[in-house]
Design a protein around this ligand. Structure first.
Ligand code: ATP
Ligand code: MG
Ligand code: MG
Ligand code: MG
Length: 437
């Protein structure tokens, strides 16, 4: 992408309305624009990051055996009346009437709709286990939308739903998502810790929130420090195998959100290993048994001919919230430091003297080579002064920056800058290309 043809509305001033750093940086970097409280347009740079996160979430869901589909954002109220949640959901639900005066709503989540789909097609234990997911916009009319995309009203969520014949099989489904989540957040460059979470009237031990520690987080959390160094399963993990040893290892150390916090159990953690902090909920996995299949009559026949309600779980990831959460976890005074996996661009060429023949030619060459090598490359071919160009690259967090100017070129060199470490080295253009990852 040539910056001269891109749409990157960088703000010089720090927006006053933004209380936390990720919100400030997303506005300054021209990633998104607020259209109403908690409702945002995603500008090109922001959308690129959102799509990269979505892609990683999708790959890991697929790897774990979940099947992608797409449900609509607008739902009929009938389904929610059937499940009994239409009244319970309260003011967070955006209720809509269509021209025929039918009650509709903008979906805050999809348990009812997926249960309706399931019961329409699946009748037999032979079709289980099944896990269906989609990545779709949700709407919750939050009392206090704030912190930019972190607590929006319209937000982008991955939600998966598992269907199993019994509790034991549902536990295996839960474990698959547990491991998929560990992998997903690690690939996003985040340390997300699974913490025991409220499981409502269902009870049991199958509700975990995946929490990223951050002082600006809205949840109070408590955990064992060793969880920060726990190894995450590699991509060779076999989702058909028994995953309970992995889940047991992760859940054997203390970790709970304030709702499930147990002072006595936490006191048993060695004092120097105790973390009491704030955290951001980036994902939530939850087994809820027959909570929806019972009232909505989603039943399957067992091997011995009985008709039983299917056991379900749901598994959410806040895809748009993650954009903010990643920035909270990874930035400095100059701007965003993207983990390579989600950076909007992999590498950039910075032309220090636009219009100088040799400099222009070298920039064009490097920009072409980067693209040929498969990098998502940005070329700053504008006539801004050098300082402004450096500031922009650091603000938007391009991981590798190749700076080209007439002075360096006179001795056959360009400068390679690593955004994360700040390291700058002068080297030949060939060597610079070889250093790109
Ligand atoms: P929170 O406690 O932050 O209100 P929740 O528990 O209500 O979240 P879930 O129903 O568990 O949310 O939804 C799954 C995921 O969707 C959450 O873990 C979070 O990452 C994301 N999410 C929920 N509400 C919002 C929101 N208002 N804006 C952005 N992301 C959200
Ligand atoms: Mg909520
Ligand atoms: Mg929550
Ligand atoms: Mg939750």
């Amino acid at each position: 992408m040539r910056l001269s043809r891109y749409f990157l509305p960088i703000l010089k001033e720090t927006p006053k309305e933004a209380e936390i750093v990720s919100h400030r940086l997303m506005l300054r970097a021209g990633m998104m624009r607020q259209q109403a409280a908690g409702i945002y347009s995603w500008l090109p740079l922001g959308l690129k990051v959102l799509r990269k996160i979505e892609g990683i979430v999708r790959e890991e869901q697929n790897r774990a055996g979940a099947l992608e589909m797409l449900m609509p954002t607008v739902q009929p109220a009938d389904l929610w009346i059937e499940s009994g949640r239409y009244d319970d959901y309260g003011k967070e639900m955006l209720r809509i009437r269509d021209r025929h005066d039918r009650s509709m709503l903008y979906g805050p989540t999809n348990e009812e709709m997926i249960t309706e789909i399931f019961r329409s097609y699946v009748r037999s234990f032979r079709d289980l286990p099944l896990n269906l997911y989609h990545i779709q916009w949700k709407f919750r009319d939050e009392v206090r939308p704030r912190f930019g995309v972190m607590r929006g009203r319209e937000f982008f969520m991955k939600d998966a739903y598992s269907f199993d014949l019994d509790m034991e099989s549902a536990r295996r489904a839960y474990h698959r998502m547990f491991v998929a989540y560990l992998r997903t957040f690690a690939r996003l460059g985040m340390q997300a810790i699974p913490m025991k979470a409220d499981s409502g009237p269902i009870g049991g031990d199958m509700s975990h929130e995946f929490i990223v520690l951050a002082s600006t987080g809205e949840s109070g959390v408590f955990c064992h420090k060793d969880l920060l160094d726990m190894p995450v399963p590699g991509e060779d993990v076999d989702f058909d195998s028994d995953l309970s040893p992995i889940v047991d290892a992760w859940t054997s150390l203390y970790a709970a959100t304030d709702e499930k916090h147990d002072e006595a159990a936490f006191a048993a953690v060695p004092e120097d290993r105790r973390i009491a902090a704030r955290g951001i909920e980036v994902g939530h996995i939850f087994y809820f048994g027959t909570k929806y299949s019972d009232p909505m009559n989603a039943k399957v026949t067992t091997a011995d001919g009985q008709n039983v309600p299917v056991h379900m779980g749901s598994y959410g990831i806040g895809v748009s919230r993650l954009v903010g959460a990643i920035i909270e976890a990874s930035h400095d005074d100059n701007g965003i430091i993207w983990p390579a996996s989600v950076a909007p661009f992999d590498a950039a060429v910075v032309n220090l003297k636009q219009g100088d023949d040799a400099t222009d030619a070298m920039c064009e060459r490097l920009y072409g080579e980067m693209r040929n090598a498969g990098f998502d490359a940005l070329y700053d071919d504008t006539d801004q002064r050098a300082g402004a160009k450096f500031a922009t690259m650091d603000l938007i967090g391009v991981p590798w920056q190749v700076v080209v100017g007439p002075k360096g070129l006179a001795s056959g060199e360009v400068e390679l800058k690593n955004r994360a470490t700040g390291e700058r080295v002068s080297l030949t253009p060939e060597a610079a290309m070889n250093r790109l990852e």
